[in-house]
Ligand binder design. Structure first.
Ligand SMILES: CC(=O)N[C@H]1[C@@H](OP(=O)(O)OP(=O)(O)OC[C@H]2O[C@@H](n3ccc(=O)[nH]c3=O)[C@H](O)[C@@H]2O)O[C@H](CO)[C@@H](O)[C@@H]1O
Ligand SMILES: C=C(OP(=O)(O)O)C(=O)O
Length: 442
């Protein structure tokens, strides 16, 4: 067939049916690995997914002298930070543009070495994604930040001390930055307007196991009492709720029935409400959640993406494909990032009717505060999709293209597949397990 390892051809029209397992969250595991730098003794992380961000962070930890070994169980990693050392900028630079996690090395490296060099960040291109909240917070802890032509360099001439910080927006990354820096800072830290995503609470659990004293107070306030030293942890990473939402949307769009092992109800509540409103059904079991299309027409919905406990921005792209099959007009207000509907162009090419309003839309019913840069997508359905050649633009958009190919009549060639492995472990194998009809030669 002559496909590269970055391409797949999907023969659409076959419902996904069967069981797959999700493992630890892409949005927790790499951060837990960074936390291991803070311990005096080795840490063990279980349920680590095989996704590319893990490899990037492992590479950076190794460059800084952390000894990494793998356990017998798949997904068990051990990190020994006994000999943390300064790494060469050129070696660190080799990881530039590959992930957003390196920014979280700031606090731990400043504590361990008194200096840090952070390469230019990667991650999905879905908006400007500035790091001003991170740098402002680090300066409040006493860090001196120097921006270099590539990357940033930090020092802490007088050590790091507790700070009072209020985030302009409950940023996930900036909250994690404050947590990873405050736990060993001298004195107390009060963080207001913090993000409280389940992955952040899991990171707090890890830090508490290490000996940190962190109180999550009402109204997005997190209070940290700095301690003198931390030990290693042993932790089973929280499941990947973005992956769960993605496979659930795939089941719905293809008229299928998928049991997602490892999914838990509490972290999925907001998604489950929407899934039901659209016309999907689910059953919560102890070992996972079964998602299926019960027959009949899917219904349109209006959604505003938001910080937790709102509807997560990373869930909208896979769901949009299912909404192309709903009877009526759905609207998605994207309030977290400024440019997250680029993926809809290719869906329109396949026959969808999606109109993007770059400055957002007025809506009297809405419950999420309007943001200056928000956008809206209006999806009119149902529209049959037909096969096309489409190129993955980013992680979640990429997964939505797989769903579109599975839903469409005929053949869809999806290229630039590698990006999807940033967040979906063994997705080709999982497609196979669910009975998808495709050609992949990688
Ligand atoms: C690796 C990881 O965990 N990625 C997740 C994390 O990204 P990430 O941590 O990068 O997302 P943030 O919560 O920080 O970003 C939210 C918003 O705040 C803005 N902002 C953020 C930091 C800053 O210094 N200045 C600033 O303006 C961003 O541009 C964005 O508009 O949370 C996002 C929101 O749930 C998810 O979509 C990503 O999957
Ligand atoms: C935006 C995402 O990830 P990252 O922050 O790693 O780019 C995502 O997971 O959809």
């Amino acid at each position: 067939m002559g496909l590269t390892s970055d391409e797949i051809i999907i023969n659409g029209g076959r419902p996904l049916r069967g069981r797959i397992e999700v493992r630890g969250a892409k949005n927790l595991a790499p951060k837990a690995m960074v936390a291991a730098l803070l311990g005096k003794t080795p840490s063990t992380l279980r349920n680590v997914p095989n996704v590319s961000d893990i490899r990037v962070v492992a590479g950076l930890l190794a460059l800084h002298g952390v000894l990494i070994t793998r356990g017998e169980d798949p997904g068990e990693w051990r990190f020994d930070p006994s000999n943390v050392e300064v790494a060469h900028h050129a070696d660190i630079d080799a990881h530039a543009g590959s992930s957003r996690i390196p920014i979280l090395f700031c606090g731990p490296l400043l504590h361990r070495l008194g200096e840090a060099f952070i390469p230019d960040l990667g991650g999905c291109r879905i908006g400007d994604r500035p790091i001003d909240f991170h740098l402002d917070a680090l300066r409040k802890f006493g860090a001196v930040v120097e921006k270099l032509p590539s990357g940033i360099s930090l020092t802490a001439p007088d050590g790091l001390h507790g700070a009072n910080i209020e985030l302009p927006y409950p940023s996930v990354g900036a909250t994690e930055q404050v947590l990873l820096t405050s736990v060993l800072a001298k004195g107390q830290t009060e963080l207001r307007n913090a993000a409280i995503e389940p992955e952040i609470i899991d990171l707090i659990c890890i830090l508490q196991k290490m000996g940190a004293i962190i109180t999550v107070e009402p109204n997005r306030v997190i209070f940290v009492e700095g301690v003198e030293e931390l030990r290693g942890y042993d932790h089973h990473a929280i499941f990947d709720r973005n992956e769960v939402a993605s496979w659930a949307s795939a089941a719905l769009a293809t008229g299928g029935d998928v049991f997602v092992g490892g999914a838990q109800q509490e972290e999925m509540m907001t998604f489950l409400n929407v899934f039901r409103k659209v016309g999907g059904d689910f059953e919560v079991r102890d070992d996972g959640i079964r998602f299926w299309h019960p027959g009949g027409e899917l219904k349109p919905v209006t959604i505003e993406t938001d910080v937790h406990p709102g509807f997560m921005t990373d869930w909208q792209q896979p769901l949009v494909v299912a909404l192309t099959q709903a009877q009526g007009v759905s609207t998605i207000h994207e309030t977290v990032y400024e440019n997250r509907f680029g993926f809809t162009d290719a869906l329109n090419k396949m026959g969808a009717d999606i109109q993007v309003f770059k400055d957002g839309l007025h809506d009297e019913q809405r419950r999420v505060n309007r943001r200056e840069f928000e956008q809206a997508a209006v999806i009119a359905g149902p529209t049959p999709l037909s096969g096309a050649e489409i190129e993955v633009p980013d992680l979640r958009g990429g997964f939505s293209y797989l769903i579109a190919g599975l839903t469409a009549e005929g053949q869809t060639k999806v290229t630039n597949l590698g990006i999807i492995s940033r967040g979906y472990e063994n997705f080709i194998e999982k497609l196979r397990q669910l009975g998808a009809d495709f050609i992949f030669e990688g």
